[in-house]
Ligand binder design. Sequence first.
Ligand SMILES: [Fe+2]
Length: 209
Amino acid sequence: MIENRNGLIEMDYLEYPNFPSMPEDIKQEILRIVEETETESLDDLLINSTPEVIEWVKEAGNEAQESELGFTGQEVRKMFPGLVNYHFLDVSDKITEWVSTFVEEPVIHIQVMEKGTIVAPHIDEIRTSAYNYLLDTGGDASLHFYELINAEDEKWAQPQTFIPYDKINSVEETKIGTDVWHTLPTNKIHSVENIDINKQRISLTVSIV
Ligand SMILES: [Fe+2]
């Protein structure tokens, strides 16, 4: 790990695409959408999508659910008591238009993590990587990447299941600041730790499927 020019720890897992900084009006638009959304009533993607995800995983040809490495559904609340509420919000045309000036046909969402301290170790469901841009870090939070301790477990690491800390080693850790485009390999096991329970971690995310 090395320090880059912004004083951030730079990891092997991350890249920093040369995309433009976010104009102030786009930031305000994102924050407006977050504020106006009744996040309490939104489906929590990580928790409520689990039955569908399990079906999807089965359809993808993996039958042995009982041997799955991680935890899904309500089980995760017991396993990981600090789990945030996670929201994946649609964006407006204005935001899409701006991102389209540097990414072709972008799939864009706003991510909000709140009312918790961690996004437990997982791999993403619908995408292999993402361009992320933080508008709020959610306090002194850090992003971690992990390797499985037992390489044999690899075949049981399913999307949107949470993987217990005793099965993995943290191999990279960074604190990404606001206003830095970074490419996140979301198909690697990753987590966010130490989010301030009284703050929101807010990012614009462009999915690469
Ligand atoms: Fe993720």
